[in-house]
Ligand binder design. Structure first.
Ligand SMILES: Nc1ncnc2c1ncn2[C@@H]1O[C@H](COP(=O)(O)OP(=O)(O)OP(=O)(O)O)[C@@H](O)[C@H]1O
Length: 590
C-alpha cells in the first residue's frame, strides 16, 4: 500500500538543495555515513561497504550495500519513513556516541540526484527482510519480502533524476567516495576498487623514523593544501578525541584570509576549507584533523561553534605558541626567517601574549635610525625605545634625530605602536616612549647669539610670510647641515602638554630647555625650524630684495612640507606653484 510522508517532500528537497547543502555531491557522504553507522551499530560484524555505480549495475542506477545492522519492518516505518526520526540519538535527544548521523534527514539528500530510492534490508535482530520504496513526489511503500535479501545488512538503490545521471556514474562516485570516505574505518569499494585506507595519515607507526614521518606529512600537505610546509607539527588533544597535523605555511599569508582546514569528524570528511579551528592569529597555519568529539552543523560542511570547539581552538593555539617559543630557542635562524614572513600575525599575538612578545623582541627587525635592528638590540644601544607612531613622521625626523645622536624607531606599521605600549606595560614606562617633535627641537642648540642677531630681520620677515600658513619660524643649529629647514607640526596646546610629559621623564637640563621653548606668545600649529648652519639660511640675512627673501622663505616652507610627506592643502599647492615659478622666472630673466 502506498503511503505519504505527510509533508511537501518536493518543498523540503528544494529547501535542502538551496539552503542546507552546497551541492548534490553530499548524497554520497550521507549514504556512506548511514552505511558506516549501521556497521558501527552491528558492533563486531563484517565492515564492508560496496558502491556499484551506473556502469556496474547496467541500468543507470547506483547501488550501495553495507554489512551493517540492517532494519526491521517496524524500524523502516518509524525511522526511515518519518522525517527527522533517527536511531542515532538517545531518549533525551542527545547524539549517541560513535554515530555520524544525528538529524534524521540525511537519506533525503539522495533526492537531490534521485527520482526514486529503493532500500532493501535484513536486520541482525531477526524478522523477514524488508523492502522500502520512496518517490520524490512524497509517497513510499513498505513490503516485508523475505526473499529480497539473504544476508544481514542494507542495500540502497538510487534511480537517477533526469539530468542527474552523471552523479551516479563511476568516475564521479569514485571521486566523491574517495574524498568523503577515504579514512572511514570500513572496507569501502567502488566496483572492485578499494577506496578507504584505514590509517590516519598523521599517525606515526612505531617503526617509522621521525624524519621519514615529517617528510611523509610534508608530501601529504603538498597534495592536500598545495604547499610544501615550513614545518609540520603533530597534534593530539585526547579530550576532544582529536589527532592531526598542523602545517606552517612557508610564504606570506594574508592575515584577513579565511582559515581553511581539512577536518574529519569520526573519520568522515567535513570539508577541506573548514573555519574556526585555530585562533585568528594563526592564519599562516593549515591543519588536517580528525575528531570524535566536535560536532558538525546540520549541513555537515562546517563545525558547530560550541564550548568543545572553543576549547580545541585554545589548546591548538597553545600548541602553536609553544612551538614558536621552542623554535626561537633552538633554531634562531629559522625562527627569524619565519617571523619575517609572518610578521603581522606574530605581532598581533605578541600584543596579548608575553612569550610571543619576547620572541618578537628577539627576532623581528624594525626600521630605526641604526638601520634594521631588533627591539632587543635597539634597547641595548639606547636604553629605551624612542619611537614615532607614523611612517611619514619617521621619514621626516629620522635624519635629524640621527644627526643629533638620538635613536629613533619607526613604529608606524600595523600593530607597532600597540607593541611599544605593550613593552612599556611589561617592562615599565621608561622602556618605550613616543617621540614628540618638540623633543627633537629640544635636542637642537640655539644659534650663536651673533648669528641669531644677524638673522633677526630675516626671522621677522619669515614669521610674516609664514603667518598665512599658520606657521612660526624658529632658528636652531642642527645637523645635517644640508637640511635647511624642518617642519614640525605641533599644535601649541599639544606641544605644551608634550613638553610637560617630557619634563617628567627627562633630565633637568632638557626640562629647562623645553621650558624655554614653550613660547607662550606663539599660537601657530606648525613650526619651521630654520637651520642656522645651513648656507642658504645664513644667506637670507644678506638678501636686500624683499620679494626674493619672501619667495625663499616660502620655498623653504614648501620644501620642508614636501619632506614631511604630509598631505598638501590647496593653499600649500598654491604656495608651491607660486614660489617655484617665481624663482624660476627670476633665474631665467637674469
Ligand atoms: N544503511 C542503513 N542501515 C541501517 N539503518 C539505516 C541505513 N540508512 C538509514 N538507516 C536508518 O534510517 C534513519 C534515518 O537516516 P537518515 O540518513 O535520514 O538520518 P540519520 O543518519 O539518522 O541522521 P542525519 O540526518 O544526520 O544523517 C537512520 O537513523 C537509521 O536508523
Amino acid at each position: 500500500m502506498s503511503r505519504s510522508f505527510g509533508v511537501d517532500l518536493r518543498g523540503i528537497i528544494e529547501l535542502l538543495s538551496q539552503h542546507l547543502y552546497s551541492s548534490p555531491r553530499v548524497y554520497i557522504r550521507e549514504l556512506l555515513q548511514n552505511a558506516t553507522d549501521a556497521i558501527t551499530a552491528r558492533d563486531g560484524g563484517p565492515a564492508r561497504i560496496v558502491l556499484e555505480p551506473a556502469e556496474h549495475t547496467g541500468d543507470g542506477t547506483l547501488r550501495i550495500s553495507d554489512s551493517g545492522i540492517g532494519l526491521t519492518e517496524d524500524e523502516v516505518h518509524t525511522l526511515v519513513s518519518t522525517l527527522g526520526r533517527t536511531s542515532k540519538r538517545d531518549e533525551l535527544g542527545f547524539a549517541r556516541q560513535g554515530f555520524l548521523g544525528q538529524f534524521g534527514v540525511g537519506l533525503l539528500s539522495c533526492f537531490l540526484v534521485a527520482e526514486e530510492i529503493h532500500l532493501v534490508s535484513r536486520s541482525a535482530k531477526g524478522g523477514p527482510a524488508v523492502r522500502w520504496t520512496a518517490g520524490a513526489s512524497g509517497t513510499y511503500e513498505v513490503v516485508a519480502d523475505d526473499s529480497a535479501r539473504a544476508e544481514i545488512g542494507t542495500t540502497v538503490t538510487l534511480v537517477p533524476r533526469r539530468d542527474a545521471e552523471h552523479w551516479l556514474q563511476h568516475d564521479m562516485v569514485a571521486a566523491l567516495a574517495r574524498e568523503f570516505g577515504e579514512l572511514l574505518p570500513a572496507e569501502v569499494l567502488v566496483g572492485t576498487e578499494r577506496i578507504a585506507q584505514p590509517r590516519l595519515p598523521w599517525l606515526r607507526p612505531s617503526d617509522e623514523p621521525y624524519d621519514a614521518y615529517v617528510e611523509r606529512l610534508a608530501g601529504y600537505c603538498e597534495r592536500t593544501f598545495g604547499f610544501r610546509p615550513f614545518d609540520v607539527l603533530p597534534l593530539e588533544i585526547p579530550a576532544a578525541g582529536l589527532t592531526g597535523a598542523a602545517f606552517v605555511m612557508p610564504d606570506t599569508a594574508h592575515p584577513g584570509s579565511r582559515q581553511a582546514h581539512r577536518v574529519y569528524l569520526k573519520r568522515m570528511l567535513v570539508g577541506d576549507s573548514v573555519e574556526g579551528l585555530l585562533p585568528d592569529w594563526a592564519y599562516f597555519v593549515r591543519c588536517a584533523v580528525n575528531s570524535s568529539a566536535l560536532r558538525p552543523t546540520a549541513s555537515r560542511e562546517s563545525l558547530y561553534q560550541d564550548e568543545a570547539l572553543l576549547g580545541v581552538r585554545d589548546e591548538l593555539g597553545t600548541v602553536l605558541k609553544d612551538w614558536l617559543v621552542r623554535l626561537g630557542a633552538t633554531e634562531p635562524d629559522r625562527a627569524s626567517a619565519l617571523l619575517a614572513k609572518h610578521q603581522l600575525g606574530m605581532k598581533s599575538v605578541a600584543l596579548v601574549d608575553d612569550d610571543l612578545l619576547r620572541l618578537v623582541e628577539h627576532w623581528l627587525p624594525f626600521e630605526t635610525t641604526d638601520g634594521y635592528v631588533t627591539l632587543r638590540q635597539f634597547r641595548r644601544r639606547h636604553n629605551s625605545i624612542l619611537f614615532t607612531p607614523d611612517v611619514d613622521e619617521f621619514r621626516q625626523l629620522a635624519p635629524v634625530a640621527q644627526a643629533q645622536g638620538l635613536g629613533l624607531l619607526n613604529a608606524g606599521y600595523a600593530y607597532d605602536s600597540e607593541l611599544m605600549r605593550r613593552v612599556a606595560e611589561v617592562d615599565g614606562a621608561v622602556a618605550t616612549r613616543r617621540v614628540v617633535p618638540s623633543e627633537l627641537l629640544a635636542a637642537m642648540d640655539r644659534p650663536d647669539p651673533v648669528v641669531e642677531d644677524q638673522l633677526r630681520m630675516s626671522l621677522r620677515l619669515a614669521r610674516t610670510v609664514l603667518e598665512r600658513h599658520d606657521c612660526d619660524a624658529v632658528p636652531r643649529e642642527f645637523d645635517p647641515i644640508s637640511l635647511p629647514a624642518l617642519l614640525i607640526t605641533d599644535a601649541n596646546r599639544e606641544r605644551q602638554r608634550d613638553n610637560a610629559e617630557i619634563s617628567e621623564h627627562s633630565d633637568p637640563l632638557w626640562a629647562e630647555l623645553l621650558g624655554r621653548l614653550a613660547e607662550p606668545e606663539s599660537t601657530a600649529s606648525q613650526q619651521l625650524v630654520l637651520n642656522t648652519r645651513n648656507p642658504l639660511v645664513r644667506r637670507l640675512s644678506e638678501l636686500t630684495d624683499r620679494t626674493l627673501a619672501e619667495l625663499t622663505v616660502e620655498s623653504l616652507y614648501v620644501h620642508a612640507l614636501l619632506q614631511s610627506r604630509r598631505p598638501m592643502r590647496p593653499k600649500d599647492t598654491a604656495a608651491l606653484n607660486r614660489s617655484f615659478l617665481d624663482l624660476l622666472d627670476r633665474a631665467v630673466r637674469r
